[in-house]
Design a protein around this ligand. Structure first.
Ligand code: ADP
Ligand code: ZN
Length: 614
């Protein structure tokens, strides 16, 4: 995960605060203190003091008289009265006429207030802020504070690393928070034990892998696992995203790396986590040259880092979802030589992840997590966390005190298909077409063997653009698929369009997504799974990024390409014909079910099977 904050914010806060305090001092406190110095007296007292010759300086102003006692230790002030002969009397009393009496505190006090006090406040605040920031860091939140507040480096983080430090956070993440991923945890357990007691390893002469690469699709808990290692070993956790290294100017990245590692070494044993390491460790293969030079330098720096030499208790964990794009120099022994796969969770993993996150919300106890996990086939940990949260949000929206089973099931559909589009208006005709289309999918699926059971059919439009959909949920895990199963899947995908053709005699745009999926499947069968007679076991396509959508690139001659295209069309056409055949043979059921769906808009798998079985 990538978070980035600049220390600008706290610094600005700090300056604002000091400015505010200075203003308050000057506007309110100083005048107040000065006025304290002047004592207000009545005219009688003034006359009396004059008579007693206890008078020093006098200044007669237009509406008041300022004067001091003989010793000039105290300034007095009184209102001015019509008083004949006042000046003579004052003269007689030995007063000195002056225009210098200012209603002012002693110069010393003024100096104290206008200079010393602000400086003291300035410093006290500064150290307080710093302490607070440090506390935050301990809590696992804030960034390292770049420079010294006073003098030193006022511009905080410029050129300094933004590495976030998590020092022995008590609220740290542990392995128990990471559900599933047992293999990864087992693998990382060794690192934990090393960090607990590096001596044990040093004595034998064993050296820990200095870098461990966590490889897997986004949102599978790589960051979490890295934090958990730090949490389990109770050591500081430094984290930085690879893209942060390259964000600024040339050379800046290298300085950041240096900085990060010098910080880390001070705190060893510790964990340094670099997310998205592919951003800095790209293969130097001359493609896309714009950023390459910079990345090379950084890559070079990174591999040269002292952190990579010696058994110094700094363990570097890095995450990537493009392992194939990493420079081999980075993955050679002595660098990131250990690779821990963090794959998408299987059925059991999904169930556990759901349970872990469900603990954080209030949820009814009738929820069948296994079922939800089955529905969420292919979801990552992050998506599952999102599903649980969506359920809680939905419960709040509907004014419930806790999330129910229905909330959870609806939120899966939200994550898969988007929110229900309440105000999308379909014409009756369109609604009927969508009903036939969806029942077409479901019926073809149900009439074939080895096809996942239909669990829900709906024609309520979704924000994703789907006008309806048919949900099929596999029982249990599915690691392998036979050729027949794949063919059936293609037939099911073509079932929607087939139903439209049979019932209405014309076709609509509604099948675009089906077409896309069917084509992709058919293509993979031929180019990657060796499921066609012509090409035997020859790979005609290679997957370029396995974890990010699985783009492929062709690796064959032009003639073979057109041959592949022909084969793909043939395969899809055969299945499309099969689907049409199934639907024609069951036309009565198709009509009945479509009518039922049209009226009810959503039907469950059981309802569907019941009508089908009648
Ligand atoms: P990655 O670094 O692999 O992209 P993260 O570690 O950032 O993924 O995970 C994102 C979020 O997904 C986590 O904060 C957590 O809520 C959830 N998550 C992912 N995998 C798991 C898991 N195995 N167990 C529990 N929660 C998970
Ligand atoms: Zn469809």
């Amino acid at each position: 995960m990538q978070t980035k904050r600049k220390p600008k914010h706290p610094m600005a806060m700090y300056y604002l605060l000091v400015l505010g305090i200075l203003l308050v001092l000057n506007i309110f406190v100083l005048p107040w203190i000065s006025s304290q110095r002047v004592v207000k007296v009545d005219y009688g007292t003034f006359m009396k003091m004059t008579d007693e010759k206890d008078i020093g300086l006098v200044e007669v102003q237009s509406n008041q008289i300022l004067f001091t006692d003989k010793e000039q230790t105290q300034v007095y002030k009184t209102g001015r009265m019509e008083d004949e002969g006042l000046v003579d009397r004052l003269y007689a009393a030995g007063a000195v006429f002056s225009s210098e009496i200012v209603e002012q505190a002693s110069p010393f006090l003024t100096f104290l207030i206008s200079w010393l006090v602000p400086i003291i406040i300035f410093m006290a605040l500064g150290s307080y802020m710093r302490r607070k920031l440090n506390d935050k860091e301990n809590g696992g939140n804030a960034m390292m504070f770049g420079g010294n507040m006073f003098g030193g480096n006022m511009f905080g983080g410029l050129g300094k690393s933004n590495a976030k430090v998590y020092v022995k956070s008590s609220d740290g993440i542990h392995f128990s928070d990471v559900a599933g991923e047992d293999e990864a945890k087992e693998n990382l357990q060794e690192i934990v034990s090393y960090l607990h007691n590096p001596k044990k390893y040093q004595e034998i002469g064993a050296s820990m892998p200095k870098g461990v690469l966590l490889v897997g699709p986004p949102g599978t808990g790589k960051t979490m696992l890295a934090k958990a290692v730090a949490g389990e070993a109770n050591v500081p956790f430094f984290s930085m995203s690879g893209s942060e290294f390259v964000e600024m100017f040339v050379g800046m990245g290298a300085s950041k790396v240096r900085d990060l590692f010098s910080q880390a070494k001070e705190k060893a044993p510790c964990i340094v986590f670099i997310d998205e390491i592919d951003a800095i460790g790209k293969k130097r293969d001359g493609q896309l040259s714009t950023n390459d030079e910079r990345e090379q330098t950084l890559n070079q720096r990174l591999t040269e880092m002292d952190g990579f030499e010696g058994n110094n208790g700094v363990v570097i964990l890095a995450a990537t979802n493009r392992p194939e794009s990493l420079d081999p120099a980075l993955t050679r022994p002595g660098r990131f030589d250990r690779r821990v796969p963090v794959e998408l969770p299987d059925l059991k993993g999904r169930e556990e992840i759901l349970k872990v996150h469900a603990k954080k919300i209030k949820i009814g106890d009738n929820v069948d997590f296994a079922k939800v996990a089955r529905m969420a086939a292919g979801a990552s940990g992050a998506e599952l966390a999102n599903i649980v949260n969506e359920a809680a949000l939905r419960a709040v929206r509907d004014g419930r005190k806790f999330a129910t089973k229905a909330d959870l099931e609806e939120s899966i559909e939200v994550v898969i298909a988007g929110y229900q589009k309440k105000n999308a208006i379909l014409t009756t005709k369109e609604k009927l077409i969508v009903s036939y289309h969806e029942i077409g999918h479901a019926l073809v699926a149900a009439m074939q063997t080895n096809s996942a059971p239909v669990t829900k059919i709906t024609i309520i439009p979704r924000t994703s653009g789907a006008l309806g959909y048919t949900m099929q949920v596999d029982e249990g895990n599915h690691y392998l698929m036979t050729k027949e199963e794949l063919e059936n899947k293609i037939a099911t995908l073509t079932g929607g369009r087939a139903a439209e053709e049979i019932e209405f005699g014309y076709v609509t745009t509604g099948a675009s997504n089906d077409i896309e999926q069917a084509t992709k499947l058919a293509r993979s069968m031929i180019t990657r799974y060796g499921m066609s007679d012509n090409f035997d076991m020859v790979a005609l396509e290679t997957v370029t990024n396995q974890y990010l959508g699985g783009d492929t690139s062709l690796a064959c001659s032009a003639e073979t390409q057109s041959e592949i295209d022909r084969k793909v069309v043939e395969l899809v056409r055969t299945q499309h014909e099969k689907a049409k055949k199934i639907l024609t043979e069951n036309k009565a059921k198709l009509d009945e079910l479509a009518q039922h769906l049209y009226e009810k808009e959503t039907i469950t798998g059981e309802e569907f099977m019941q009508i089908l079985g009648q």
